[in-house]
Design a protein around this ligand. Structure first.
Ligand code: HEM
Length: 506
């Protein structure tokens, strides 16, 4: 008995020693590659607070960027658990990775289980499959298509005005994010799925509940993703699924019903769903010039899902932070409201596609909000072929994860003096021209940037204009200040929510 116990202890100790030695060896990676790095700690590397759910990953990357920059580095390495992760700081390096040498960094570093029905979407696809899908979907997002879709979008604006009126009459602090998330749920629901989601009428409508589900990541999901990223081969062998079954069923049923209805009744509409249906029913041409396959049902549903997921939360986050900043800066709010009134006057008091394009100061306010609170704080790429840095004896190896520290760059004093200050003047044409193009990239950059940028900006501007023309906003004391971001959220979100008071404009 004693011997058996003694043996067991020896085995455990030996295993522990080997594991620690392996970890230590892994943590030598950046040193071996001649890249400066921040000292990792066993077992979580440089991401302990994020993995333990204590800190929002975006803020951790902001701190990492600041630390590296203060040491005068042009780039640096960290470890996410065991995985070496490369971070470019120098904006020319960032530009090379995202645009100039894009062919080395075409993929995102997402784990995809091909057997998961809704995983074959633009955000996840890699290589040629991504290229072909992106080429097929790009025409869906031109400014012409956005203009054509404006009427469908505008129907949700009336719902927003009604909802705001109800909230105002309650005379209580307003959870502005919830209202705006219902608004964007309705817009994307109607444009991507062709459905009236009724989120503004009922905050617990099926689509709104579904939307909340996808962004409140559970601890189990965080662990599964972490495991899959660090051990993708094992995850594939285990057939590890990241999707939640209830979400998959919800989307598949929704898409099938919509398509069946439209095809049976010969019903067509100017929206994303119609464009996806035509891709399902028609052959296309692939980027290599060969005849492409029509979209399968799974592919169609996946794209509709990603438009919804990538589209509603990012835009409602943008509008929420814009209103928060405007509530804190009354003079800027006043200047913007004056612009809105004078432009609308010129356009018969109609919030139209053209009147929105005429609001220059609104664009500046939106850009400054996106700088301070970029909904997607970082983006990533995977190196798909060994890449030599142009001016250094450093090779980024195939398979390396690259994090583009969007939020870190946005708070860099070198590009934005007093970076914590909200100041839309930073985005006048003249001031924009004076900065490096890659000093501002809330929608990413290069061939793999956000495909829905125009749509996101349009719906956000529409929402802000319709609220600001009718109400003056101030911050309610229920808002926890200074703001902190929620740790377990995919997109930037304020802890405890943002609460505003509204007064009607006479
Ligand atoms: C304020 C609103 C939005 C923000 C801040 C935002 C931000 C981003 C960012 C940072 C990326 C990664 C880009 C990169 O890696 O270079 C991205 C990708 C993407 N976004 Fe958006 N987005 C917004 C709205 C939308 C909307 C409305 C849609 C769809 C209707 C959408 C669909 C997508 C898709 C499909 C991708 C993946 C593109 C690809 O990999 O080819 N986004 N977005």
């Amino acid at each position: 008995m004693f011997t058996l116990g003694g043996n067991l202890v020896s085995v455990v100790v030996a295993l522990l020693v080997v594991t620690i030695a392996y970890w230590k060896w892994k943590y030598q990676y950046w040193k071996r590659r001649n890249v400066p790095y921040l000292e990792p700690r066993i077992p979580f590397g440089n991401m302990e607070k994020v993995i333990r759910g204590k800190k929002f990953f975006g803020i951790e990357f902001k701190n990492i960027y600041k630390e590296m920059k203060s040491r005068g580095w042009e780039h640096g390495g960290i470890y996410t658990f065991l995985k070496p992760t490369y971070i470019p700081l120098d904006l020319d390096y960032v530009r090379n990775i995202m645009t100039k040498d894009f062919k080395y960094f075409m993929d995102r570093d997402n784990y995809v289980n091909e057997k998961d029905p809704l995983q074959a979407h633009l955000l996840n696809l890699s290589g040629t499959r991504w290229r072909n899908m992106r080429a097929k979907l790009t025409p869906t997002f031109t400014s012409g298509k956005m203009k054509g879709m404006f009427q469908v979008m505008a129907e949700s604006q009336e719902g927003l005005e009604q909802k705001m009126d109800e909230e105002y009459k309650k005379n209580e602090p307003i959870n502005i994010k919830e209202i705006l998330a219902c608004f964007t749920t309705n817009i994307i629901g109607t444009c991507a799925f062709g459905l009236d989601c009724k989120a503004l009428e009922d905050e617990n409508s099926a689509f709104r509940v579904f939307g909340r589900n996808i962004f409140n990541v559970t601890k189990l999901q965080v662990l599964k993703r972490l495991f899959a990223r660090n051990f993708p081969q094992v995850a594939k062998l285990l057939n590890l699924s990241i999707s939640r079954k209830q979400n998959v069923d919800f989307i598949m049923n929704m898409v099938q019903d919509t398509i069946e209805y439209r095809e049976k009744n010969n019903f067509t509409r100017n929206d994303f769903m119609q464009l996806l249906i035509s891709m399902k029913n028609n052959k296309s041409v692939d980027v290599d010039g060969h005849e492409g396959k029509p979209l399968t049902m799974d592919e169609l549903a996946s794209q509709a899902l990603v438009f919804f997921a990538a589209g509603f939360e990012t835009s409602s986050t943008l509008m929420t932070f814009a209103l928060y900043e405007l509530a804190k800066h009354q003079q800027i709010q006043e200047t913007l409201r004056n612009e809105i009134s004078s432009v609308l006057e010129k356009h018969n008091n109609q919030i139209s596609y053209d009147s929105i394009q005429d609001m220059k100061y609104l664009s500046q306010v939106i850009d400054e909000t996106l700088r301070l609170h970029p909904p997607a704080a970082v983006t990533n790429r995977r190196c798909i072929e060994d890449y030599k840095l142009p001016d250094q004896d450093v090779i980024i190896e195939k398979g390396t994860t690259v994090i583009i520290p969007i939020i870190g760059i946005h708070y860099d004093e070198e590009y934005y003096p007093e970076p914590e200050k909200f100041d839309p003047e930073r985005f006048t044409d003249e001031n924009k021209k004076a900065r490096h193009n890659y000093a501002f990239m809330p929608f990413g950059e290069g061939p793999r940037n956000c495909i829905g940028m125009r749509f996101g900006l349009l719906q956000s501007k529409m929402g802000l204009v319709s609220l600001l023309k009718n109400y003056k906003f101030t911050v309610n004391k229920k808002t926890r200040e200074p703001l902190h971001y929620q740790p377990n959220h995919v997109v930037l979100a304020a802890q405890g929510e943002i609460w505003l008071d509204a007064a009607k404009i006479k």
